[in-house]
Design a protein around this ligand. Sequence first.
Ligand SMILES: [Zn+2]
Length: 363
Amino acid sequence: MAGSVRLGQALGVGLALCVALTAAARAEPAAKDLFSAERAPSAAAPQSIGFYSKGCLAGGMEMPKDGPTWQVMKPSRDRAYAHPAMIALLQRLSVDARREANWRGLLFGDMAQPRGGPMKDGHASHQIGLDADIYLTEMPNRRLSDDERDNMPLPSVIDKRTRHIDERRWRPEMMKLIRTAAREPEVERIFVHPGIKEKLCKTAGRDRAWLNKVRPMYGHDYHFHVRMVCQPGSPNCEPQESTGKGDGCDKLDWWFDVALQPPPPNAKPYKKPPPIFLSALPRACAAVLKQPDAATTRVAAPARAAAPPPPAPAMADGFDAGAPMALAPEPAPAARPAMAAPVPPAAVPDDGRLPMPRFRPGG
Ligand SMILES: [Zn+2]
C-alpha cells in the first residue's frame, strides 16, 4: 500500500513539475527579442557559436559605414556586425570587385546583429557573423545619406512574370562580381535566385569550378548572400554540409517547374516556424548575452594597408532627384583603390527577407 501511495505522490509531483516547466517555457522570451535588444558587440575574443541559422556571435565587429569601395545600407536596422574575419573579407572583396568586375564599390546589406542570434524580421540565417548580403546595385559615385540608404530602391534582376533573368537589368559585370566572391577560398557558398544561377550557368564559359559554390535560393533576386567558412578560434562553429561536386547547373529544373510556381489551390498554407528560445541555442549563447559591451570596437578590421579614409572625392552630398543609379552606372575607374582605413561606424542591411516556400514537395 505504502508503495502505491508513494507512487501516487511521485506522479503528482511529476505532474506539477511538468506544468511548472511548461509555464516557464511559455514565459521564456524568444531568443530574437533578447538578441535584437543588444546594442553593442560583447567584449570577448571573436567567436562564431553554433550554426548559421541557430547560433550567436561573441566579439563581433561593426562594418564602418563608408569605405572607398563600399557603403553600408539600411542604417536603421543596425545589422552591420560580423566576425572580424568576415569584415576583412568583405572589405577585400570590395577592392577585388573593382579590379575584377570594374564595379565601383559594394553596397552592403544585412550582416548580423551586434551579438548575432535570431532576428525579429528577415533572415533565418545571419546569426553567427559569417553571412552578409551584397546588393546587385553598384555603389553610386557619391556618399548616400542615411535616408537614401534606408529607402533607395534596390531593383530585382529577375523578371517577375517569367522568373528568369530580366535582361534589361542584368549586366555582365554582375557575373564577374559574383565570380570574384565565389573564387575567394574563405567563401563557403553564395546564395542567388535560381534565375540568376541559370544566367551564370549560361554565361560562365569554360572555367566553371566557382559555380559550385553558387546555390539557388528563394529571394536573393536583388542581392546575393555570401557565407564564410567557420573561422579558427570558433570551436563551436558548425560547418555546413559540403556543396558536393559539379557546377549545379543541371539541377535548376525543379526550381522553375515546381518551387517557383504558385502553390496548388489545395496546398497547405505555409506556417511560420515557432520562435527559437534561448534554451534551444548553443549554451554559450546565454553567456554571450551576459558579456559586457565591447568598449569602442567600432574600428574595423585592418584590411591590408591602411590608407586614406573614404571621404570619396567624387561624392556629392544630396540626392539628385531619383537618378536611376542602379541602372546607369558609370564605368568604374580601373585603378585599384588604396585600401582605406575604415571610417565611421554604422550599420545595416537589406531587407533580405527570405521568402519561404509555401509549397515544398518532398519536404
Ligand atoms: Zn542573406
